[in-house]
Design a protein around this ligand. Structure first.
Ligand code: AHG
Ligand code: MN
Ligand code: MN
Length: 333
């Protein structure tokens, strides 16, 4: 028996589309295709311990990182969910060195989809939450099919951004610039149903900071002073999962700040701008928070290459502003 107020992601996106006069239904179809990919990836994530899909694929990606089998599987699922739809001009993925053109045998569309097919891969084998992150732009070049130039757009030009969290439940959270909405997969009906409408950072926020403190000695003095300040404050707790999607989702729900700073060995930090930082930054801003490199808003950074990295400070606005003060030596200590 269907509960009267169950709103599926399909129904929600169609209702949202009705609010946009020039909407053609293309974005609605695109989001439904991404939701389908999320269900397929989620099914394998939840079976990872039961089928031979755990462990490394024996390959390294462009970042020199060990590619896990589930990374490759998720990458294929995202690609195959979108390549034939006629909605996509081109794609880009953490797992592909170059941008991904749409095969000539398929029609191309207006959207550029850039994704981290599986975020938090190092946690796969230890059964810790992992995720998928996606960023959606419109093609800006005049040709029929997308090019690398269409992928190198700043976060401020995203038309949508979202993530899937494969945790104690599977959630899909996205924004099109009209607020942030969360959907939880109901396995009994195979549908993402609206569970978190209009998500906003809580006010007052929980005082939680999230950073990998093992790198403390490699940080700038400003970063070190920031963490010491948070510790000395006496009211802050610390949480760090090591999956960006999971750490951010907790920060969005409870408040706080997530940081992945640059350090002497990684002057641009570890997280990638196009398919990790920029989509999460759009969501954070739409939820009333902030996202910065420490020097400028993350959504203002103009990408120069597909896999470029950036420092990330994202979360409750006041805490991100406090962090900027320490990083730029102007904070009131
Ligand atoms: P990915 O698995 O897509 O490479 O991303 C992993 C990232 C991110 O999820 C997380 O915040 C960060 O790596 C953790 O890095 P450390 O292990 O250096 O803390
Ligand atoms: Mn990632
Ligand atoms: Mn990844």
């Amino acid at each position: 028996m269907l509960e009267s107020h169950v709103v599926t992601i399909s129904r929600f996106v169609v209702d949202q589309e009705c609010l946009v006069p020039e909407a053609t239904g293309a974005f609605t179809s695109l989001l439904q295709d991404i939701a389908l990919a999320a269900k397929v990836i989620g099914r394998e994530v939840n079976r990872a311990g039961l089928v031979d899909i755990l462990g490394a694929a024996g390959k390294r990606n462009v970042h020199g990182e060990n590619v896990q089998k589930l990374d490759e599987f998720a990458n294929r699922v995202m690609y195959r969910a979108l390549d034939h739809t006629g909605l996509v001009a081109c794609m880009a993925s953490e797992e592909n060195d170059d941008y991904i053109p749409i095969p000539e045998k398929f029609p191309a569309g207006d959207y550029v989809v850039i994704f981290d097919p599986l975020d938090g891969s190092s946690n796969i084998d230890v059964n810790v939450s992992i995720g998928t992150i996606f960023s959606i732009h419109r093609k800006i070049t005049s040709g029929e099919r997308g090019t690398l130039e269409d992928c190198l757009q700043p976060g401020s030009r995203q038309v949508a951004a979202g993530y899937v969290l494969y945790g104690s439940s599977t959630m899909l959270v996205y924004t099109t610039g009209a607020g942030v909405h969360g959907f939880t997969l109901d396995p009994s009906i195979g549908e993402f149903v609206l569970s978190h409408p209009q998500m906003c950072f809580p006010d007052p926020p929980r005082r939680v900071y999230s950073v990998n403190e093992a790198y403390f000695d490699r940080w700038s003095q400003g970063q070190q002073r920031l963490i010491s300040h948070l510790k000395n404050d006496g009211r802050f707790g610390s949480r760090y999962i090591g999956s960006f999607v999971a750490d951010f989702h907790r920060t969005l729900l409870q408040g706080g700040i997530f940081m992945y700073p640059s350090d002497h060995e990684n002057p641009s930090g570890k997280l990638r701008l196009l398919y990790e930082a920029a989509p999460i930054a759009m969501i954070a801003e739409q939820a009333g928070g902030r996202a910065t490199t420490g020097l400028q808003d993350l959504c203002d950074v103009v990408p120069e290459s597909l896999h470029q990295r950036t420092p990330v400070y994202v979360g409750s606005a006041d805490f991100v502003t406090l962090a900027e003060g320490f990083l730029n030596e102007t904070s009131e200590i």
